[in-house]
Each structure stands twice: as C-alpha cells, then as structure tokens.
Design a protein around this ligand. Structure first.
Ligand code: DLL
Length: 437
C-alpha cells in the first residue's frame, strides 16, 4: 500500500476526518466562491449549519452546466496567481469545462495516482508506459506525476502512433502500462499484425480507464497481454484519474479515495439518496481541493456503492464498475441500454472481435439500433472467399447475435458483421455510439 495509514483508516476515524474536512470546505467556498455563496444563501444554509455528515444532504448539487456558466475561472476559490495548472474536458458543446489546481492540489493528485499504481501492483523502480493523452485531458499528466511520485521511470508516450509504442514497449521493458482500454486493445492488435506476441512482453499490469469497459473486456485484455488489467476512474471536475481504483487482490469494485472525496449515489431523476448496492448517479464532494472545490457534483456516471471492508484490507468504500453515463444510455423503444452491456454480450462470441459501434437512427419515428461488429480474423479466414451479408454462415451468426441481445438486454437490434479492421480504431476514448437521429 502506498499510504496504509490513510487507505486502511478505521471507519470511525475516517468519518471524523471527513466531517472535519467537509465543514472546512463549506466555510471556504462560502467565503471565497460567489457562485456557492449565492447557492447556499438561496437554500437558506450557513456554513455553521453543517455539523455532521448527515447535513451533506442539505447542500445543493453542482452540475456540469454550472461549470460551463462560470467559464472559465469563476468557480475557482483561489487567485489566479495561485493556480499552478489548468486542465479541462472537451464536452460535446464547443467550450471545454475548465478545472484548476494549486501546487498542493497537484501534489495530492500525484499521491492519489501513485496510490492507484500501487493498487495495480506497481512499485518504485518500475518502468511505466503512459499511453494516456497528454494535454488538457487529465489522463496523461495525472498518471505521469503519479508514477514519478511513486519512484517509477515514466515513458510519456501519450496516445497514438501505435507502431512506435510497440517498439518502445519492446525496448524499454515496462512493468506497467496505462491507457484507455480501447486503445490498449488496438495496440495488442498492432503487435499481432507485426507477427509479435503481446503476452510475451515485460508488462505485468495495466491501469485502464477514462471510458466504460466490461468485465469481458478485462478478460480479453488480460489474456492478450498476459497482465492484470485494473480499472481506474476519475473525472476532471473532481481531480482527474485516481478518484477511485481497483485493487489487484480483489478486482471487485474501485476503492474511492474517501479521505479526499465524499461519494453518494442518488436517483438521477429525484435526486434522493439510494441505498448501498443500488445503481444510480454518482455524486462527489471534494474535501481537500484548493483551487476548484466542488460540492455534490453530479457526475452523470451510473454505479453502486459497497461499504464492506475489502479483502485487500482497505477500508475505503468501493464503487461498481461504471455502467455508463446517463447521457450515453440509449433508450430504444422504451428499453434502456448501455453500450458496455452490449460489449459484454458480444465478447462471448468467439466468431467476433471486440471492435464494435452502435448506430442509432430514426425510421418513421421509431428508433432503430444497428450493431456493427467486426468478425474475428480466424472466423473471417474460414469463410473469406464468400464473406458478405448473403452468406449463410453470416446470416446465422447475425441471427444468433440478435437473439442473444434480445434475450439479455430486451432490445431488438439490426446486426451488421464487418470485416476485420474495418471499424475505426480508438486513439483515446472510444466512440461507441453514432447517433444519427
Ligand atoms: O477521463 C479522467 C481519467 C483519465 C480517468 C485516465 C481514468 C484514467 P474526463 O475526461 O473528465 O476525465 O472524463 C470523465 O470519463 O465522468 C466517466 O464518464 C468516464 N470515465 C472515466 N473513468 C472511467 C472508468 C477522465 N474507469 C468521464 N470507467 C467520467 C468508465 C470512466 N467511465
């Protein structure tokens, strides 16, 4: 463990620390951020009303739209001279959401990312191949500082240029790798194309996140690379990667860094808290962030919380693998579908490769879902000469896939089987849904 005294802190002690930090944080934002002072005044709450954790529920939510409206720096609680760095996330609508860090914030964030790397099995002296994008995106620099803080040797390769990445992995002998699961999958494919065997590299563990992925994708990545593949979660509005991380011992939910962030799961429509174990929208309150403290931030991500102590000995609450974002949930003729649930279904077909895309169209005011998925190289070779939508084996496979999707997800899809390597490969976060409505 990187910080055992904090990661294994007994719950009563942890809750006392959280309460103390929450009170201080509400006082700070009330006096330093006019946006929050207005919100708290409107809700009739004074900082001194916050006496314990139960009072958290009285506090107002913050939404992504609030950050957009306060663009670029009006949510900051420090003067610009104290801001050491800016990051951001490019949403769908033009302007990015801007977040800021003081030097202290960057130090704490580096500690959280170091914790995450250790949870995956990393140690000082490792070579860490960092294939997360560098730039405004928090993935690259976040894990970079974390790996350095741990005492690892970082290879800041960023995303893209897959053949160079393969060369660097072969030459620098990294133990650890970080990147989006879709990109790391495409890297394995590149190695296979070059006649190399990804499972024979020096890699032992992978830290994968920034996009939803499934348990089946974990298996695929673990087999292809011969590594432990662990899930890392975070979002720029809260800090970036390192908000939560799976441990190698259990691979059963992600430990939330609760000494810095308070998690809640609420009903996305009513905003009411949901009991542990129930899926809903994840909400975070930062407890220690200086430049951009955030109160009850609605992440839009769907998960459930679990508070039992983990096999690894950490006491911090775990969250289930993210099912998806509320905005990415497809509602097809009244049925809710997350792309990651479809991924889980199709990775069980040995005739298919884990490269897929969902196209949503509207025909005569009815939504249609089309699943475009590549077939595996081996299966393709077995019918190469006659591959096409009229081929009997193709028709049969489409039918089987349609029926399994219907039985497990209750949704009717059109299926189009694609030749190997015909769908675009991810350079960072994969685009799974193409909405043409
Ligand atoms: O994606 C931070 C990050 C970088 C996390 C590297 C992990 C690794 P944003 O660009 O602000 O930050 O996007 C945040 O990405 O609200 C989720 O919807 C999604 N996301 C992040 N991690 C996971 C994950 C980074 N492990 C948004 N599983 C979040 C599923 C994830 N979705």
């Amino acid at each position: 463990m990187f910080q055992p005294d904090l990661e294994k802190m007994p719950r009563p002690e942890l809750e006392a620390l959280q309460t103390k930090r929450l009170k201080r944080m509400v006082e700070r934002i009330y006096s330093l951020v006019p946006f929050y002072r207005r919100k708290l005044d409107a809700a009739g709450i004074k900082p001194q009303d916050i006496l314990g954790m139960e009072d958290l529920l009285k506090l107002p939510f913050t939404r992504k739209s609030d950050l957009r409206e306060q663009y670029p720096f009006r949510m900051f609680a420090v003067e610009q001279e104290e801001v050491a760095r800016i990051h951001g996330s490019s949403g769908t609508s033009g302007k990015p959401t801007v977040v800021g860090y003081t030097r202290k914030d960057i130090q704490r964030w580096a500690e959280l990312c170091a914790r995450s790397i250790v949870m995956a099995g990393g140690r000082p002296g490792d070579v860490f191949h960092n294939a997360y994008g560098y730039g405004l995106f928090t993935g690259g620099l976040g894990l970079h500082y974390g790996a350095e803080r741990l005492g690892a040797t970082v290879v800041p390769v960023s995303g893209g240029n897959r053949s160079r990445q393969v060369t660097l992995i072969q030459d620098f002998l990294p133990r650890g790798i970080g990147g989006t699961p879709s990109f790391i999958l495409s890297l394995a494919e590149m190695m296979e194309d070059m006649g190399l065997k990804p499972w024979t590299t020096s890699l032992e563990y992978g830290i994968f996140g920034a996009e939803p992925w499934s348990e089946e994708m974990r298996q695929t990545l673990e087999e292809k690379w011969g590594i432990d593949a662990l899930d890392i979660y975070g979002l720029s509005e809260v800090i970036g990667p390192g908000v939560a991380m799976e441990c190698r011992e259990a691979k059963d939910g992600l430990h939330i860094a609760e000494d810095h962030f308070l998690p809640e799961v609420i009903h996305p429509q009513t905003g009411e808290p949901l009991p542990d174990g129930e899926y809903g929208e994840l909400v975070f309150t930062s407890l220690t962030k200086e430049a951009l403290p955030i109160l009850r931030y609605r992440t839009g991500d769907i998960t459930a919380l679990h508070r039992e102590v983990c096999r690894c000995g950490r006491t911090h609450t775990r969250m289930s693998r993210i099912k998806g974002r509320i905005d990415d949930m497809l509602i097809i003729r009244g049925v809710n579908v997350f792309p990651s649930e479809l991924e889980a279904v199709l990775l069980n077909f040995e005739e298919l490769a884990p490269h897929y895309q969902l196209v949503v169209t509207r025909e005569k005011s009815i939504d249609q879902l089309t699943l475009e998925v590549e077939v595996s190289e081996a299966w393709f070779r077995s019918i190469e000469s006659s591959f096409g939508q009229g081929n009997e084996r193709v028709v049969q496979l489409c039918k089987r896939l349609q029926s399994v999707v219907k039985d497990t997800l209750y949704v009717t899809t059109k299926v189009i089987l694609k030749e190997p390597k015909s769908l675009p490969r991810s350079e960072g976060k994969a685009v799974r849904v193409i909405d043409q409505r």
